[in-house]
Design a protein around this ligand. Structure first.
Ligand code: MFK
Length: 546
């Protein structure tokens, strides 16, 4: 019999994840920690089942049928099995409801669930993120009627009453510069607002509701004149005729997610608040979905590393398992160190979000959250692509073969850097977040996170790099073009410093309990350098692009 390679096995994503276990042990009160265990265990079981199921079944994509046999427009979308299971898993384990539970650890407990559910859900987490964001924006609007109508559905623990919400912003004019939105809102004779236009990237079109940006008829141009509307998509069990699905997108990844192009042909709509400043009103939603993005990006890293590490114990080359080959072990350890830093940053955003929302946070924590949200989104989005790509390489040719399930990890990971704002848009948002003294707040927080850690080198590297970032800002902040040209390097530097300081806090805690791994991750992560500042040479750029 010719040699047959053993396939990689997926370790239980909850019981085997030392980062998640020790984070929850450190951050949660004992009673809350214990109450969470059953849901996380079950979501880990579901992830193992989904991985095995994917390995033994033919991959499917959603199918749109626009017309029935008799010429009736139906716009029916058939979903994959994981998507059909989505409402049941979400409500049974309170994935969204947990985040709105009214205590400061609610978001941490929610995002632990999201982290475990994400990949098994086949990106059903995308519309869940938007539903969570919509719930948050509607709460922030203070619109009591809407709050009473939709929150019981969005946060339901019963699949029969659970609703998904979309976030309809992107149009053919652009996904970043939404100020050019062409969708208009008109009031009919009865005073009912109705939306007319085309939305170009509508994930969650299978949902029951959405928040949509539109320009009230007669309003001026630009971002400030846009309003934010709430819409419902269903009339009983039929989709409303004023919502037409033109086609599903053919995407590089996230292929189980039915992203659609749609037309709104007079769809009834209700403004969340004032009929202007819609982007300001949707911002709480964006910050929530960006937090989901960061958590889901670290979930992809965790999956890629878990499989690559397992495979390294099963695959022999040149007389030894891969894990005993010095360069391969070095490669895996580098991935692990970067992942641990990214994990620490993404989950701090979740922790701070819970504190801010429950009114428990200091003003300094609120400004750190505003800054860390875009930083976590942009850095983890890029890192997920890098780590998934490296993980595929750890399998050699097998990593390039579709039915191993590995290429999908990389194709899916590419979306984290794009949706919810590209790396550059998020770098510019982190400049927006610097209004006030959020850089000073980040420095103060980092120094506190470093307390108790005895890695002197890491501590001084964080402090020195944050000082260098502040000097960079002083030097370039006066000239907008130069500031923007260097914004990505600046954002990466801040993200890496914050991640290192947070990892140092976890390392101090874990070392006291005999776990030296976070300290080793910190040493390696800081050893690769924190500074990614660039001299924004706009003249040189002009020559290169000329
Ligand atoms: C599985 C993981 C789950 C992930 C879910 C994935 C869902 C995928 C679906 C999508 O991808 S939906 C499309 C997502 N699109 C974006 O994220 C938009 C990208 N563009 C931006 O982020 C722009 O920065 C933005 C449109 C928000 C603003 O650009 P503008 O037109 O230049 O607006 P401006 O004047 O800077 O900001 C308007 C107001 O919003 C200002 O407040 P004021 O009116 O009080 O002056 C800003 O301060 C405020 N603002 C903007 N971004 C904010 C914010 N406030 C708080 N937080 C922010 N992040």
């Amino acid at each position: 019999m010719a040699f047959l390679q053993e396939a990689p096995q997926l370790a239980h994503p909850y019981r085997s994840d030392r980062q998640l276990l020790s984070l929850l042990d450190r951050a949660l009160p004992a009673a809350r920690r214990a109450a969470l265990d059953a849901d996380l265990d079950a979501l880990g079981d579901y992830a193992v089942m989904a991985w095995r199921r994917a390995g033994t079944s033919t991959r499917r994509k959603p199918v749109l049928t626009q017309w029935d046999a008799w010429g009736q427009r139906v716009d029916r979308i058939e979903l994959t099995t994981a998507w059909q299971e989505g409402p049941h898993i979400t409500t049974r384990h309170a994935v969204l409801a947990a985040g709105h539970a009214g205590h400061p650890h609610a978001r941490l407990e929610e995002f632990a669930r999201v982290y475990l559910y994400h990949l098994a859900s086949e990106f059903y987490t995308c519309p869940l993120a938007m539903t969570d964001g919509a719930a948050t924006a509607i709460k922030a609007s203070g619109n009591a009627e809407l709050i009473g109508r939709v929150l019981p559905h969005f946060l339901s623990r019963d699949p029969a009453t659970f609703w998904l919400s979309g976030q309809w912003m992107t149009e053919t004019t652009g996904g970043s510069d939404v100020g050019h939105t062409e969708t208009t809102a008109r009031q009919d004779a009865d005073g009912q607002w109705r939306l007319h236009g085309r939305k170009w990237f509508s994930s969650a079109v299978v949902g029951e509701a959405a928040l949509a940006l539109a320009r009230p008829e007669g309003a001026g141009n630009g971002t400030g004149a846009l309003a934010l509307f709430y819409v419902e998509t269903m009339d009983g069990d039929r989709r409303k005729p004023e919502l037409v699905i033109d086609r599903l997108k053919d995407k590089l990844g996230t292929q189980e997610l039915p992203t659609a192009e749609i037309h709104l042909d007079g769809l009834p709509a209700w403004p969340l608040g004032e009929l202007a400043h819609g982007v300001r009103q949707v911002a709480p939603m964006l910050n929530v979905t960006r937090s989901w993005n960061a958590i889901c990006a670290v979930a992809s890293m965790a999956r890629a590393i878990s499989l690559a590490r397992d495979f390294a114990t099963r695959r022999q080359a040149f007389g030894h398992p891969l894990i005993e080959q010095p360069l391969h072990a070095q490669t895996l350890a580098d991935m692990q160190a970067q992942f641990e830093a990214a994990f620490a940053l993404a989950f701090e955003v979740a922790y701070l979000l819970g504190r801010v929302e429950q009114g428990e946070a200091s003003p300094e924590e609120a400004s750190v959250l505003r800054l860390l949200t875009p930083l976590a989104k942009l850095w983890t989005g890029k890192l997920a692509v890098k780590i998934c790509s490296e993980a595929l390489e750890c399998f050699g040719g097998a990593g390039y073969i579709e039915d191993t399930g590995l290429p999908q990890l990389l194709r899916d990971a590419q979306v984290y850097a794009i949706w919810e704002g590209t790396t550059n848009v998020l770098s510019l948002d982190s400049l927006r977040a610097l209004a006030g003294d959020s850089l000073g707040a980040l420095r103060g927080a980092s120094i506190r996170w470093l307390e108790g850690n005895d890695d002197m080198h890491a501590g001084s590297a964080v402090r020195q790099t944050l000082d260098a970032a502040a000097r960079w800002l002083d030097q370039h902040g006066g000239e907008r073009d130069r500031l923007e040209a260097g914004a990505r390097g600046f954002a990466f530097t801040l993200a890496r410093c914050a991640a290192a300081a947070l990892l140092a806090r976890q390392a101090a805690w874990s070392t006291r309990r005999g776990d030296r791994r976070p300290a080793a991750a910190l040493q390696r992560f800081v050893g690769r350098g924190l500074d990614r500042l660039v001299a924004p040479d706009t003249g040189n750029t002009a020559i290169l692009l000329g």
